[in-house]
Ligand binder design. Sequence first.
Ligand code: UTP
Length: 291
Amino acid sequence: MSDIITKAVIPAAGLGTRMLPIARTVPKEMLPIVDKPAISYLVEEAAASGITDILIVTGRNKNAIEDYFDYSPEYEQKLISAGKSTLVKQLRSVCTKANISFIRQLEPKGLGHAVYKAKAFIEDQPFAVLYGDDIIFSETPVVKQLTDLYAKYRLGVLGVKHVSKAQIMRYCTLDATRIEENIYKVTDMIEKPTEEQIITDLAILGRTVLNPEIFDILENTPPGAGGEIQLTDAMKVTANRHSMIACDFEGVRYDMGSKLGFLTANVEQGLLSEEVGEEFRKYLKNLVNTL
Ligand code: UTP
């Protein structure tokens, strides 16, 4: 099995109940940060990490995702007539950053179930998973931080962060021992732990690199927390069997599946925008003075 990772899966078929009512018709993965949808940043991150082939798992009411990664001749015509061919190139590059395929998860039966849909696409290679609503801005793309560790340790890799007790209880807790400054060896994990079950304050956030063994495990993983097939339950089996590596990654993360995450992403990244950042800063300063 090669240790060069060229394939990635982006599960984007979840209902997004935390983003209702908009999630009924606008997939949360299509919510913008300034002027690009969340999923566009994910494809860019994967491509910048050496990923050439991406499978996006979608579901009902998620057609906008597929359309976003298609050419848009009507806009292109108009922009060319207006002499804006650089913008046309930018629009086209959205669709050509990687070979992007789509598959449907007919029912949102959980993140593990969504990843399992990628079995035929992945074949027998290690691969990256980028959760469709987790956007991370970093110096080195997070997927690259993780694939470099896969090459070093030849074990599955988890993107992790230290989080609050309340967040740990909503995500998962890891049994982890530090082996380098920001790298840990993980031998166990518990999805949505009770307060008594918390082992460490490290939680898996948004990125993993997995061996294809995960598909056999998922096949035998019963529904867990929330009645869904949980990826964490399958990764727990991997961690128990071989251990996994956790990387406390460098980067700023936004949970686009939550209202606060969506707003924070737009304020912080809006301030950094070349196009509107300066004006937005002035506006915010004035606004703060009125609060
Ligand atoms: P989340 O747990 O954040 O998604 O999954 P969710 O179930 O849509 O969230 P809420 O609680 O209802 O608001 C992380 C990623 O996994 C995808 C989601 O689309 C999201 O990008 N996912 C989740 C699937 O593809 N299929 C599923 O069955 C569940």
